[in-house]
Design a protein. Sequence first.
Length: 253
Amino acid sequence: SSDLTFVLLLLAIYVFACMGVELITKDVFLREHKDTMWIVEYHFGSLSRTLLTLLQFVCADSVAGIYMPLVIHKPILILYFLLIMMFVSVALMNLVTAVLVEGAMDQGSKDRELEKHDLKETVMKAIPKLMSVFEAHDTDNSGTLTKEEVRQVPVSEVPPELLKHSIGSMEELFEMLDVSGDGTISQLEFAEGLLNLFLMDVPIETMQTLKLLRLTEQRLMKMDQKLSAMATEMQRPSINQAVPARRPSKDKS
């Protein structure tokens, strides 16, 4: 992209230099007038001189003394110099800046990807220690940890390289890992939850909010089921309405 921008800049300068030769260098009035003859001869005497002069416009290097006398004696040239300043000095230089910024952003993205890759390798090395922590506190050998068992796990036993997030207590960690909301976490939930927690670029507050939304959805579903059951129960006819009462029969004498 930077090479293409540089080529476009040179091409634009060359095109405007050719226009300058036709509009200024070959203009008899400007070449013979005492106020502009030295400008035409020195700055626009040939194509190469015109190219060097337009490079001053790219850098905005003291160009007022060049175009002002020419515009005063030939006002139509204001359009030519305005096009140069707007297209070459502003547009193409902004394009160069955009390319440089894009390159910096790409480099920053690559650095973040490399940092994430290094963190992933660090976390993968910490998996055996996580498994040992789980097995050490699974006192009943049920393959799951309850909230009481997790509360007894010191935060210091979690690998320090994983503690990049601010975790106040193991109960808080349990609430984030218990996705199903059944009050227990399996060994797989424990390991995958910690890995996802420290590998994902998501704040803890966002994860807690998502968990609350899932729990709210589950409760709403249970309430909907109960309401449906109640509505079905209310629509059933009562026994007295379903079975009409029998009238006593009269004995025939």
